[in-house]
Design a protein around this ligand. Structure first.
Ligand SMILES: *[C@@H]1O[C@H](CO)[C@@H](O)[C@H](O)[C@H]1NC(C)=O
Ligand SMILES: *[C@@H]1O[C@H](CO)[C@@H](O)[C@H](O)[C@H]1NC(C)=O
Ligand SMILES: *[C@@H]1O[C@H](CO)[C@@H](O)[C@H](O)[C@H]1NC(C)=O
Ligand SMILES: *[C@@H]1O[C@H](CO)[C@@H](O)[C@H](O)[C@H]1NC(C)=O
Ligand SMILES: *[C@@H]1O[C@H](CO)[C@@H](O)[C@H](O)[C@H]1NC(C)=O
Ligand SMILES: *[C@@H]1O[C@H](CO)[C@@H](O)[C@H](O)[C@H]1NC(C)=O
Ligand SMILES: *[C@@H]1O[C@H](CO)[C@@H](O)[C@H](O)[C@H]1NC(C)=O
Length: 519
């Protein structure tokens, strides 16, 4: 009678344990995962949605400009001596306009950025500061003409004389605000027929950095005004309502699923997100985190470094690696980014760390990391001073919350350069040394504001409780089972242990096994 009862008790507690195991290893994690997914997916019902659509805080957009301090000597053949000035800090607001939801779990949107100068963070510097920088448009026009019609270079230079007033050297004395946003006027009205050629090319190529002037007689050149208030896109992004691991993946840009910028399907792939969202990476962190960068027409990636902490939270840290911008000799995959010769000496990306933007932007610009960080040392030899790569200041990185994939802190840094080329027959360039000449670099950073950090921490705490509940449930089930075993043994219903054997040791060894199994 007693034996029967305790056998019953044993069976029920065994079922209880099995149920607890099922819940702890499968049921609860599944519920947690689906809750996380609900909160991170791109859907109006999700917690993250409004933050994804309109960033709750502006990004900090810092510009550092390279002031040339020995312009005259460079024209006479000296090595350039530069002085980094900055940061000039702008707030960058980002807002998305949703165009609709499409097939294959996607959302289509336009992205608008707005820049506002932040005098407080810029400190003592002012947008009216005068700097001497490489004359980007001038060099761009000459390099393009030399490439297209080598015989015409001399004639073009005459044209440029009308386009740019007072042509004395390949440098530009300019207020930083004109260089960044307001624009430098280029005149297209003149007698010279070659002038028409240059202006005609600008009109047909429509480089983003050239804004036609209101009167139609010329252009304004500026580095960033085309980004201010202009909507880019449409982007088509995976919402993650089906497979959360695909969340944020950009599947098309401007209606195209692949680019046609580069000469090979591999380089033309659209990979990764727009850096606003990433999938949760807790279970198995991706080795590479891809982002698609329309400004340089390619996907870039940061490599997994490992787990760390930031803002008192666990985080996964990713950092840009040398291989992303490596020369094709160092990374065969990059071969197709070397589409055009940018110098008589170098093809496309023969040098480490240089990306040729000509195929992308229609202007012979070269992108590198700031101060040629992770780039070929050969590039550094060109300068007499002012260039010193430093990992802390010049790398690109991101900290992700492993559970939600939210960006806790991230910085993207990029430098724009153009070749200063020695060209015979052009008085301003006859004696200069050929090399990659930096113009400016930018640092675009964001970190989670403290309120949102708090929100995230609270949800982590909640998850911690759920996790704890799992183990408590399991422990209780094991204890009950042990109690029932104990009772069973005492009642003598257990065949292999007699009344007088030491039942406690049996129980203890069973506990040991049980614990091993579940931890
Ligand atoms: C940039 O360098 C020039 C000398 O080439 C100097 O006159 C000018 O003040 C510098 N600009 C700033 C903002 O320091
Ligand atoms: C959806 O996915 C299928 C299969 O991958 C593909 O054939 C189809 O073109 C996609 N539709 C859109 C609108 O992208
Ligand atoms: C961006 O455009 C807005 C509106 O035209 C303007 O107020 C703002 O000053 C611009 N930003 C910069 C940095 O020029
Ligand atoms: C061009 O040079 C002349 C004489 O050297 C000077 O008078 C004029 O102001 C200069 N123009 C500009 C736009 O710098
Ligand atoms: C560079 O451009 C500016 C503005 O267009 C012009 O004033 C200057 O003379 C140019 N210098 C050269 C060498 O082209
Ligand atoms: C795109 O992503 C795939 C898979 O993640 C990877 O194998 C490929 O190398 C990436 N392509 C580029 C251009 O980065
Ligand atoms: C680049 O230029 C060099 C010399 O001018 C030439 O030998 C080489 O074939 C060119 N490479 C490409 C990819 O056009």
């Amino acid at each position: 009678m007693i034996g029967k009862q305790s056998r019953m008790f044993f069976l029920i507690s065994l079922c209880g344990l099995m149920l607890a195991i099922l819940l702890a290893t499968w049921g609860i994690p599944k519920i947690v995962r689906s809750q996380i997914k609900k909160n991170v997916q791109i859907d109006p019902s999700s917690q993250m949605f409004d933050k994804w659509r309109k960033l709750p805080m502006p990004l900090t957009f810092k510009i550092y400009v390279f002031n040339v301090t020995n312009a005259e000597d460079i024209s006479a053949g000296a090595k350039p001596e530069l002085e980094e000035i900055g940061p000039y800090v702008y707030k960058q607001y980002r807002e998305k306009t949703i165009l609709g939801y499409g097939e294959n779990d996607t959302v289509e949107y336009m992205l608008k950025k707005t820049f506002v100068f932040d005098q407080q963070k810029t400190g003592s510097l002012s947008e009216d500061d005068e700097v001497t920088v490489i004359n980007f448009t001038y060099m761009a026009a000459l390099l393009q003409v030399q490439e297209l019609m080598p015989g015409l270079v001399g004639m073009i230079n005459g044209a440029l004389g009308e386009m740019f007033t007072n042509l004395t050297d390949p440098f530009l004395r300019v207020k930083v605000k004109d260089l960044f946003f307001d624009g430098i006027h280029l005149n297209c009205v003149g007698e010279n027929s070659a002038l028409g050629l240059v202006c005609g090319k600008l009109k047909s190529d429509k480089p983003a950095t050239m804004r036609p002037s209101e009167d139609g007689n010329g252009f304004y050149f500026s580095m960033f005004s085309h980004m201010n208030l202009t909507e880019t896109g449409p982007y088509q992004m995976v919402r993650g309502t089906k497979d959360v691991q695909e969340l944020g993946h950009i599947v098309s840009y401007k209606g195209k699923k692949v680019m046609n910028t580069w000469r090979d399907p591999y380089c033309n792939q659209l990979n990764g997100s727009d850096a606003s969202v990433f999938p949760p990476v807790a279970d198995s962190p991706l080795n590479r985190l891809y982002t698609f960068e329309p400004e340089v027409c390619r996907s870039l990636y940061a490599n997994l470094v490992g787990p760390t902490t930031i803002f008192d939270m666990k985080a996964i840290y990713y950092e840009i690696a040398e291989e992303a911008l490596a020369a094709k000799t160092a990374n065969r995959d990059n071969k197709c980014f070397c589409r055009k010769n940018w110098s008589a000496n170098h093809d496309g990306c023969l040098l480490m760390g240089v990306l040729n933007l000509e195929p992308c932007q229609g202007a012979p610009a070269l992108a590198t990391l700031p101060h040629f960080y992770l780039a070929s040392e050969e590039l550094l030899e060109y300068f007499a001073g002012g260039i010193s790569p430093d990992k802390e200041k010049h790398n690109t990185y991101v900290y992700l919350d492993p559970i939600t994939g939210v960006v806790l802190k991230g910085v993207r840094r990029l430098q724009f350069n153009i070749e200063l080329r020695q060209i015979n027959g052009i008085p301003q360039l006859e004696n200069v040394r050929t090399g990659v000449f930096p113009l400016l670099w930018l640092d675009e950073g964001a970190e989670l504001p403290p309120e949102v950090q708090q929100e995230l921490k609270q949800s982590h705490t909640l998850l911690g409780y759920v996790e704890m509940a799992r183990w408590i449930l399991l422990s209780i089930a094991i204890l009950v089972l042990l109690a029932s075993l104990f009772k069973l043994a005492k009642s003598g219903a257990l065949p292999m242990c007699g009344q007088h054997t030491n039942s406690v040791s049996f129980v203890l060894s069973a506990t040991g096994n049980g614990n091993n199994k579940f931890h």
